[in-house]
Design a protein around this ligand. Structure first.
Ligand SMILES: [Zn+2]
Ligand SMILES: [Zn+2]
Length: 142
């Protein structure tokens, strides 16, 4: 077994800091309207992480929570508004991590664009990554 991969991240104001010990799932760029609203950006780059692989180093009490759709709770820093992790009621063993808050290099890059059907009209995707109208297909290999 190789040494577990450890990654650190933080919010904009640095009150909230976290560490991930364990692999990240596949990285995708999500263009859904909720991710756009939550981040204020054209898309949110996210990856799944095992819930037990994430440890809050500081500021966990600063986490705000917003249930953006039933069973899906987005968190953010109450001090600076940075979006952090998303909790899923039906899949509590995994959470969605906003990669923009990472301070370390995860050593991987995005594999696809998802929810492209909801893409902002003012944003043009100019890379060669596969695009999906909605979620990543279960049989997607990449
Ligand atoms: Zn903050
Ligand atoms: Zn999204």
């Amino acid at each position: 077994m190789s040494e577990p991969h450890s990654l650190r991240g933080s919010c904009l104001c640095q009150r909230i800091r976290y560490e991930i010990t364990g692999p990240l799932g596949r990285i995708v760029n999500c263009h859904c309207s909720m991710c756009r609203k939550a981040t204020g950006a054209a898309f949110r780059t996210r990856a799944s992480v095992r819930t037990d692989a994430l440890r809050w180093l500081s500021g966990e009490d600063q986490l705000g929570r917003y249930e953006s759709s039933p069973g899906e709770t987005r968190t953010f820093c109450q001090g600076c508004g940075a979006t952090l992790v998303t909790y899923f009621r039906d899949h509590p063993e995994y959470l969605g991590l906003a990669l923009g808050t990472l301070d370390d290099d995860p050593g991987a890059t995005a594999v696809a664009h998802v929810y492209v059907a909801s893409k902002a009209p003012w944003h043009e995707i100019t890379d060669e990554l596969p695009q999906f109208a909605e979620r990543l297909p279960k049989d997607f290999v990449g």
